[in-house]
Ligand binder design. Sequence first.
Ligand code: 13P
Ligand code: SF4
Length: 310
Amino acid sequence: MKKNEWVEKINQLRKEMNAVILAHYYQEGDVQDIADYVGDSLELSRKAAAIDADVIVFAGVHFMAETAKILNPAKKVLLPDLQAGCSLADSCPAEEFRKFRLQYPDHVAVTYINCSAEVKALSDWVCTSANAVKVIQSIPEDKKILFAPDKNLGDYLIRQTGREMVLWDGVCVVHEAFSLEKLVELVKAYPSARIIAHPESDPILLKIAHFVGSTSAMLKYVQEDSRQIYIVGTEEGILHQMQKFAPEKTLIPVPAVEDNTCACSQCAYMKLNTLEKLYQCMIKGGPEINLDPALIEKALIPIQKMLSLP
Ligand code: 13P
Ligand code: SF4
Protein backbone atom coordinates (compact mmCIF):
# COMPACT_ATOMS: atom_id res chain seq x y z
CA MET A 1 0.00 0.00 0.00
CA LYS A 2 1.20 3.56 -0.71
CA LYS A 3 2.05 6.02 2.07
CA ASN A 4 -1.01 8.22 1.45
CA GLU A 5 -3.29 5.17 1.68
CA TRP A 6 -1.91 4.26 5.15
CA VAL A 7 -2.30 7.90 6.17
CA GLU A 8 -5.94 7.93 5.04
CA LYS A 9 -6.73 4.69 6.88
CA ILE A 10 -5.01 5.83 10.08
CA ASN A 11 -6.84 9.17 9.97
CA GLN A 12 -10.17 7.40 9.64
CA LEU A 13 -9.42 5.01 12.52
CA ARG A 14 -8.14 7.84 14.70
CA LYS A 15 -11.56 9.53 14.40
CA GLU A 16 -13.58 6.34 14.90
CA MET A 17 -11.56 5.31 17.99
CA ASN A 18 -11.22 8.82 19.45
CA ALA A 19 -7.46 8.17 19.51
CA VAL A 20 -4.50 10.46 19.84
CA ILE A 21 -1.11 9.64 18.29
CA LEU A 22 2.02 10.73 20.21
CA ALA A 23 5.40 10.49 18.50
CA HIS A 24 8.96 10.98 19.73
CA TYR A 25 11.42 13.09 17.70
CA TYR A 26 13.38 9.91 16.91
CA GLN A 27 10.56 8.37 14.86
CA GLU A 28 10.65 8.12 11.06
CA GLY A 29 9.51 11.36 9.37
CA ASP A 30 6.28 9.71 8.10
CA VAL A 31 5.34 8.67 11.62
CA GLN A 32 6.14 12.11 13.05
CA ASP A 33 4.02 13.75 10.36
CA ILE A 34 0.89 11.75 11.18
CA ALA A 35 1.13 12.34 14.95
CA ASP A 36 -1.14 14.71 16.86
CA TYR A 37 1.87 15.68 18.99
CA VAL A 38 5.59 15.25 18.43
CA GLY A 39 7.94 15.86 21.33
CA ASP A 40 10.72 14.78 23.64
CA SER A 41 10.22 12.48 26.63
CA LEU A 42 9.16 15.32 28.93
CA GLU A 43 6.81 16.99 26.46
CA LEU A 44 5.17 13.67 25.64
CA SER A 45 4.73 12.83 29.34
CA ARG A 46 3.09 16.21 29.87
CA LYS A 47 0.85 15.64 26.84
CA ALA A 48 -0.02 12.13 28.03
CA ALA A 49 -1.01 13.55 31.42
CA ALA A 50 -3.43 16.00 29.82
CA ILE A 51 -4.96 13.88 27.10
CA ASP A 52 -8.69 13.90 26.45
CA ALA A 53 -9.11 10.83 24.21
CA ASP A 54 -10.09 7.20 24.72
CA VAL A 55 -6.98 5.70 23.14
CA ILE A 56 -3.32 6.77 23.13
CA VAL A 57 -1.22 5.34 20.30
CA PHE A 58 2.42 5.76 21.31
CA ALA A 59 4.89 5.99 18.44
CA GLY A 60 7.95 5.66 20.61
CA VAL A 61 9.50 2.96 22.76
CA HIS A 62 8.13 0.74 25.53
CA PHE A 63 9.08 2.85 28.57
CA MET A 64 7.34 5.87 26.99
CA ALA A 65 4.09 3.96 26.40
CA GLU A 66 4.33 2.62 29.96
CA THR A 67 4.69 6.16 31.31
CA ALA A 68 1.59 7.19 29.32
CA LYS A 69 -0.30 4.24 30.85
CA ILE A 70 0.85 5.13 34.39
CA LEU A 71 -0.49 8.64 33.81
CA ASN A 72 -3.72 7.34 32.21
CA PRO A 73 -4.65 4.02 33.83
CA ALA A 74 -8.22 4.18 32.52
CA LYS A 75 -7.20 4.73 28.89
CA LYS A 76 -6.15 2.20 26.31
CA VAL A 77 -2.46 2.70 25.45
CA LEU A 78 -1.18 1.04 22.28
CA LEU A 79 2.43 0.52 21.20
CA PRO A 80 2.78 -0.50 17.52
CA ASP A 81 5.66 -2.92 18.23
CA LEU A 82 6.28 -4.44 21.67
CA GLN A 83 9.92 -5.10 20.72
CA ALA A 84 10.54 -1.33 20.73
CA GLY A 85 12.70 -1.37 23.85
CA CYS A 86 15.66 0.71 24.99
CA SER A 87 19.23 -0.30 25.89
CA LEU A 88 19.13 1.93 28.97
CA ALA A 89 15.93 0.37 30.31
CA ASP A 90 17.30 -3.12 29.52
CA SER A 91 20.52 -2.39 31.44
CA CYS A 92 18.59 -1.90 34.68
CA PRO A 93 16.46 -4.89 35.75
CA ALA A 94 14.26 -4.02 38.74
CA GLU A 95 15.67 -6.76 41.00
CA GLU A 96 19.27 -5.56 40.45
CA PHE A 97 18.21 -1.97 40.96
CA ARG A 98 16.51 -2.92 44.23
CA LYS A 99 19.80 -4.50 45.45
CA PHE A 100 21.75 -1.43 44.27
CA ARG A 101 19.43 0.82 46.30
CA LEU A 102 19.92 -1.37 49.37
CA GLN A 103 23.69 -0.74 49.18
CA TYR A 104 22.99 3.01 49.53
CA PRO A 105 20.03 3.21 51.91
CA ASP A 106 20.55 6.90 52.73
CA HIS A 107 20.70 8.03 49.06
CA VAL A 108 17.85 9.70 47.17
CA ALA A 109 17.17 7.56 44.08
CA VAL A 110 16.72 9.54 40.87
CA THR A 111 15.99 7.55 37.72
CA TYR A 112 16.04 8.70 34.14
CA ILE A 113 12.62 8.14 32.53
CA ASN A 114 14.31 5.56 30.23
CA CYS A 115 13.61 2.69 32.65
CA SER A 116 10.83 0.20 33.37
CA ALA A 117 7.72 0.95 35.45
CA GLU A 118 9.12 -1.42 38.13
CA VAL A 119 12.32 0.65 38.42
CA LYS A 120 10.27 3.88 38.53
CA ALA A 121 8.25 2.36 41.37
CA LEU A 122 11.52 1.90 43.32
CA SER A 123 12.59 5.52 42.74
CA ASP A 124 12.18 8.76 44.68
CA TRP A 125 12.32 10.92 41.56
CA VAL A 126 12.03 10.40 37.81
CA CYS A 127 13.63 12.89 35.41
CA THR A 128 14.08 13.35 31.67
CA SER A 129 17.05 14.89 29.91
CA ALA A 130 15.09 18.18 29.70
CA ASN A 131 14.62 18.58 33.47
CA ALA A 132 17.35 16.41 35.04
CA VAL A 133 19.41 19.39 36.27
CA LYS A 134 16.30 20.94 37.83
CA VAL A 135 15.36 17.68 39.54
CA ILE A 136 18.86 17.25 41.03
CA GLN A 137 18.91 20.89 42.17
CA SER A 138 15.55 20.44 43.91
CA ILE A 139 17.06 17.78 46.20
CA PRO A 140 18.41 19.31 49.46
CA GLU A 141 22.21 19.80 49.41
CA ASP A 142 22.76 17.53 52.43
CA LYS A 143 21.19 14.52 50.67
CA LYS A 144 23.30 11.99 48.80
CA ILE A 145 22.08 10.92 45.36
CA LEU A 146 22.02 7.68 43.40
CA PHE A 147 21.33 7.99 39.67
CA ALA A 148 20.31 5.29 37.15
CA PRO A 149 20.47 4.00 34.50
CA ASP A 150 22.44 6.39 32.20
CA LYS A 151 26.02 6.90 33.41
CA ASN A 152 26.78 9.53 30.71
CA LEU A 153 23.80 11.67 31.73
CA GLY A 154 24.72 11.04 35.37
CA ASP A 155 28.30 12.15 34.76
CA TYR A 156 27.03 15.27 32.96
CA LEU A 157 24.73 16.04 35.93
CA ILE A 158 27.64 15.74 38.37
CA ARG A 159 29.55 18.32 36.30
CA GLN A 160 26.53 20.64 35.94
CA THR A 161 25.34 20.58 39.54
CA GLY A 162 28.55 19.87 41.49
CA ARG A 163 26.68 17.16 43.41
CA GLU A 164 28.26 13.85 44.32
CA MET A 165 26.30 10.98 42.81
CA VAL A 166 26.57 7.19 42.72
CA LEU A 167 25.95 6.09 39.12
CA TRP A 168 24.44 2.97 37.58
CA ASP A 169 26.52 1.62 34.68
CA GLY A 170 24.11 1.93 31.72
CA VAL A 171 24.44 3.56 28.30
CA CYS A 172 22.34 4.34 25.26
CA VAL A 173 23.62 2.21 22.37
CA VAL A 174 22.99 5.05 19.92
CA HIS A 175 24.64 7.94 21.79
CA GLU A 176 27.54 5.72 22.87
CA ALA A 177 28.32 4.76 19.27
CA PHE A 178 29.23 8.13 17.78
CA SER A 179 32.56 8.05 15.99
CA LEU A 180 34.96 10.69 17.34
CA GLU A 181 37.26 10.10 14.32
CA LYS A 182 34.42 10.85 11.92
CA LEU A 183 33.46 13.85 14.01
CA VAL A 184 37.00 15.22 13.69
CA GLU A 185 36.73 14.83 9.90
CA LEU A 186 33.45 16.75 9.93
CA VAL A 187 34.96 19.56 12.01
CA LYS A 188 37.86 19.82 9.54
CA ALA A 189 35.41 19.95 6.62
CA TYR A 190 33.08 22.46 8.33
CA PRO A 191 35.24 24.59 10.67
CA SER A 192 32.45 27.11 11.29
CA ALA A 193 29.93 24.45 12.36
CA ARG A 194 28.49 24.37 15.89
CA ILE A 195 28.54 20.96 17.56
CA ILE A 196 25.39 20.20 19.53
CA ALA A 197 24.93 17.03 21.58
CA HIS A 198 22.46 15.14 23.74
CA PRO A 199 23.66 14.49 27.33
CA GLU A 200 23.38 10.71 26.79
CA SER A 201 26.52 11.05 24.62
CA ASP A 202 30.09 10.13 25.56
CA PRO A 203 31.73 12.67 27.97
CA ILE A 204 34.38 13.52 25.33
CA LEU A 205 31.70 14.61 22.85
CA LEU A 206 29.96 16.58 25.61
CA LYS A 207 33.22 18.36 26.46
CA ILE A 208 33.83 19.53 22.89
CA ALA A 209 30.18 20.34 22.10
CA HIS A 210 29.24 24.04 21.87
CA PHE A 211 25.78 23.17 23.21
CA VAL A 212 24.47 20.24 25.25
CA GLY A 213 20.74 19.68 25.72
CA SER A 214 17.71 17.44 25.40
CA THR A 215 16.17 16.94 21.98
CA SER A 216 13.72 19.82 22.51
CA ALA A 217 16.53 22.09 23.78
CA MET A 218 18.65 21.25 20.70
CA LEU A 219 15.73 22.10 18.42
CA LYS A 220 15.26 25.44 20.15
CA TYR A 221 18.98 26.20 20.02
CA VAL A 222 19.24 25.61 16.26
CA GLN A 223 16.11 27.65 15.64
CA GLU A 224 17.26 30.63 17.68
CA ASP A 225 21.02 30.59 17.03
CA SER A 226 22.25 32.77 14.18
CA ARG A 227 24.86 30.42 12.68
CA GLN A 228 24.46 28.29 9.56
CA ILE A 229 25.90 24.79 10.05
CA TYR A 230 25.27 22.34 12.92
CA ILE A 231 26.82 18.95 13.62
CA VAL A 232 24.11 17.11 15.50
CA GLY A 233 25.03 14.53 18.17
CA THR A 234 21.81 12.65 18.75
CA GLU A 235 19.54 10.14 17.00
CA GLU A 236 19.10 11.26 13.40
CA GLY A 237 15.25 11.30 13.52
CA ILE A 238 15.54 14.73 15.17
CA LEU A 239 16.70 16.18 11.84
CA HIS A 240 13.16 15.86 10.45
CA GLN A 241 11.71 18.47 12.86
CA MET A 242 14.96 20.44 13.05
CA GLN A 243 14.97 21.04 9.31
CA LYS A 244 11.29 22.07 9.47
CA PHE A 245 12.05 24.51 12.31
CA ALA A 246 15.16 25.89 10.56
CA PRO A 247 14.82 25.19 6.81
CA GLU A 248 17.71 27.46 5.79
CA LYS A 249 20.29 25.72 8.02
CA THR A 250 22.66 22.87 7.20
CA LEU A 251 22.33 19.95 9.62
CA ILE A 252 24.87 17.14 9.70
CA PRO A 253 24.35 14.09 11.96
CA VAL A 254 27.40 12.72 13.81
CA PRO A 255 28.03 9.30 12.19
CA ALA A 256 28.22 6.10 14.20
CA VAL A 257 31.40 3.99 14.54
CA GLU A 258 29.86 1.18 12.51
CA ASP A 259 27.95 2.75 9.73
CA ASN A 260 27.09 0.13 7.18
CA THR A 261 23.46 0.84 6.46
CA CYS A 262 23.16 4.60 6.65
CA ALA A 263 25.23 7.75 6.89
CA CYS A 264 23.88 8.51 10.34
CA SER A 265 22.96 7.20 13.79
CA GLN A 266 19.60 5.53 14.21
CA CYS A 267 17.87 3.89 17.17
CA ALA A 268 16.81 0.46 15.91
CA TYR A 269 14.12 0.31 18.63
CA MET A 270 12.53 3.63 17.67
CA LYS A 271 12.63 2.71 14.00
CA LEU A 272 10.53 -0.43 14.58
CA ASN A 273 7.42 1.74 14.33
CA THR A 274 6.06 2.27 10.83
CA LEU A 275 2.84 3.64 9.37
CA GLU A 276 1.74 0.08 8.62
CA LYS A 277 2.34 -1.06 12.22
CA LEU A 278 0.53 2.02 13.49
CA TYR A 279 -2.47 1.08 11.39
CA GLN A 280 -2.28 -2.61 12.40
CA CYS A 281 -2.16 -1.84 16.13
CA MET A 282 -5.13 0.52 15.79
CA ILE A 283 -7.28 -1.93 13.84
CA LYS A 284 -6.38 -4.85 16.17
CA GLY A 285 -6.50 -2.82 19.39
CA GLY A 286 -3.05 -4.14 20.33
CA PRO A 287 -0.31 -4.60 21.37
CA GLU A 288 -1.71 -2.87 24.42
CA ILE A 289 0.21 -1.78 27.52
CA ASN A 290 -1.27 -3.29 30.67
CA LEU A 291 0.20 -2.74 34.11
CA ASP A 292 -0.72 -3.95 37.57
CA PRO A 293 -2.72 -1.19 39.36
CA ALA A 294 -0.48 -1.47 42.46
CA LEU A 295 2.59 -0.91 40.28
CA ILE A 296 0.93 2.07 38.58
CA GLU A 297 0.21 3.62 41.97
CA LYS A 298 3.85 3.35 43.08
CA ALA A 299 5.42 4.40 39.76
CA LEU A 300 3.12 7.41 39.50
CA ILE A 301 4.56 9.07 42.63
CA PRO A 302 8.08 9.93 41.29
CA ILE A 303 6.63 10.83 37.86
CA GLN A 304 4.15 13.24 39.42
CA LYS A 305 6.91 14.80 41.53
CA MET A 306 8.80 15.49 38.30
CA LEU A 307 5.73 16.88 36.49
CA SER A 308 4.89 19.15 39.41
CA LEU A 309 8.24 20.98 39.04
CA PRO A 310 7.70 24.32 37.28
P1 13P B 1 14.75 13.13 25.28
O1 13P B 1 13.47 12.83 24.60
O2 13P B 1 14.53 13.42 26.72
O3 13P B 1 15.55 14.19 24.63
O4 13P B 1 15.63 11.77 25.30
C1 13P B 1 16.09 11.15 24.22
C2 13P B 1 15.95 9.69 24.25
O5 13P B 1 16.88 8.96 24.22
C3 13P B 1 14.63 9.12 24.28
O6 13P B 1 14.76 7.77 24.22
FE1 SF4 C 1 16.95 4.06 24.35
FE2 SF4 C 1 18.97 5.27 23.14
FE3 SF4 C 1 16.97 4.37 21.67
FE4 SF4 C 1 16.60 6.50 23.29
S1 SF4 C 1 17.93 6.39 21.50
S2 SF4 C 1 15.25 4.74 23.06
S3 SF4 C 1 17.95 5.98 24.98
S4 SF4 C 1 18.38 3.10 22.91
